[in-house]
Design a protein around this ligand. Structure first.
Ligand SMILES: [Zn+2]
Ligand SMILES: [Zn+2]
Length: 180
């Protein structure tokens, strides 16, 4: 399959990479239909994120069609069009139970401050991301959500990071609705 391939700071290209495999019964393989380049991908591109390894594929904002599911995936099915949030979360650890999915310690046992993130260096778990034709999605019962048929895919992909991040910033900033 074709995928973005990091070759070192300021060097990226598109290469043929192996089609991802189901590695765990809760994995899904998703065929990407929309993928974004995030402003925070520039930190990877500039070589500023620790342990960004040559050969990795960026991309934490994507949607796609479920192509394959592992034997323990019950929440999504082959053929579903799904939105995949950028945080990879197990749904079961102490952080996930408090809905602090970004801190999941199962998806990124090496880290203390951040859970797994698609396409965001080995500091964030070393998962290949969605700037590719196909992605392996771990814990597929937890993160992916079916996209309602009436939703425009161009809108849906914004829910993978951009809109929730902005929403959280507005909430943390104490922005209030002004009624005129
Ligand atoms: Zn992003
Ligand atoms: Zn967790």
């Amino acid at each position: 399959m074709l995928a973005m391939n990091y070759r070192g700071p300021f060097r990226v290209r598109t290469d043929e990479k192996p089609y991802p495999k189901i590695l765990h019964p809760e994995d899904a393989i998703v065929r990407v239909t929309r993928s974004c380049i995030c402003g925070s991908d520039l930190h990877l591109y500039h070589g500023l994120v620790p342990d960004t390894r040559v050969g990795s594929t960026f991309g934490h904002e994507f949607i796609g069609i479920v192509e394959e599911v592992g034997s323990q995936v019950t929440e999504i099915q082959v053929g579903d069009h799904v939105l995949v949030p950028f945080n990879i979360a197990c749904g079961k650890c102490a952080f996930c139970k408090q809905e602090l999915y970004g801190n999941c310690h199962e998806s990124n046992p090496e880290a203390t401050a951040v859970g797994g993130i698609f396409g965001y260096s080995h500091t964030a778990g070393g998962y290949d991301g969605g700037q590719a034709e196909y992605v392996r999605v771990p814990y597929a019962n937890v993160g992916p959500t079916r996209i309602p048929p009436e939703m425009d895919p161009d809108d849906a992909v914004l829910l993978a990071d951009v809109v929730p991040t902005a929403y959280q910033a507005a909430e943390m900033g104490g922005i209030k609705r002004v009624i005129q």
